[in-house]
Design a protein around this ligand. Sequence first.
Ligand code: AMO
Length: 445
Amino acid sequence: MERTLLADLAGKKGETAAIQGWVSVRRDQGKMVFFDFRDRSGVVQGVTLPNSPAIEAAKEVRNEYIVSVEGKVNERPEKNRKAGVQNGDIELEITNIEILSKAEIPFELGGEVNLDTHLDHLPFTLRTERSRDIFTMQASILDAYRNSLRAQGFTEFIAPALVGGDAEGGAAAFKVDYFYDRTAYLATSPQFYKQIMVGPFERAFTVAKIFRAEKSATTRHLSEATCLDFEMGFIQNEREPMAVLEQAVKDTVRAVAEAHSDVFARFNTTVPVVPEAIPVFTLAEAQALVAKEYNRTIEDTNDMSPEDERQICEYAKKNLSSDFVFITRFPTKKRAFYTYEEPGEAPLSRGFDLLFRGLEINSGAQRIHNYEQLVARMQERGLDPKKFEYYLQAFKTGLPPHGGSSTGLERFTARMLELPNVKEATAFPRDMNRIDTLLSTDKKD
Ligand code: AMO
């Protein structure tokens, strides 16, 4: 018999159907055996009556077994109906049950486990409703972001993960043994390549893997992350990439709100609030505001601390009805070498960050597009322009004034659902202490 997805069972009341899926729960009640089944489309309850030809087979089945089941789709008696539950008004009366795969489970799925136990068992724990929700949300974010940028005239390209040098000229890079005894690196950012792509496309974006060898064991750092990067030509200043990003954020939030109200509810959070215009503060304004509002002194006036980020977001939520805040006018020296300085406000730059629910999820800027100025900036920073000759070709052959930004997909997802740790929003996180399994048992995060 052809398989029916659980979401389509309700249309088969009174008929016989064949389903395939997982056993979320098995319950024995007297001589009957009940099951909660799940598949990619949903859930249904099954019952094996004492006189069913499947009763002996049903007794063998345990939680998380994968089964192929046949049965009759019955309407449940009025008193047993469950309002608000998918298929809460039907039940599959099982006539045949075949085990497709047995399961030896380390613990019950969906119970409370600490993050390390969760991560140690991802091939199993990714099956929880919570994890499936997180990665369903992530897939939707990715989709919506791509759609938004395409609608804004951007062309997607694939950036390389193996590169000849460190793009940011500072961020710690992982070394790779390459052919001919050469050293390659894992890309810390698709930065150079997206700028190069302004040449052919004017507006280009990429979803890129980035690898960072920073020794930061925090709730917001990964060694391997996914970035949503775009770059655009013919801008006046950083406000244009900020506007593109704002539109992408609005489109993404709208799409996930439409598709996943149930997920927001299960995570006990709400759809983020994006006002018509996301509030913009300069670094100095933001820090002065939190210092006053929270009666504290600012330690580092060159950059936002995690506490500054949390507080300015709390302020914006309360007073400006926004879950997002832009910060601008960081000192040029604190930004990557290619960052454009604001001519009227040197030594401040045309760089910006976007904060979301207390965390930086995006960085961007207008870039230096003039070849001579870029070479001069490299030299100021002690970087050897010779090592950047390949990238510099784009400038030698001419690039329009341009800028762009990069959003961390895992951070965006984590804040969307208010997850405390970015690792939970990464299907297979790599950090200082872990590649799949812990690298050392005495170095837990
Ligand atoms: P930046 O280094 O700020 O900027 O990175 C951009 C965004 O990527 C995410 N991110 C990370 N997420 C998890 N773990 C990490 N270790 C990590 N590092 C970065 C963050 C961050 O906001 N080339 C510039 C971008 C640009 O100017 O367009 C850059 O790489 O969400």
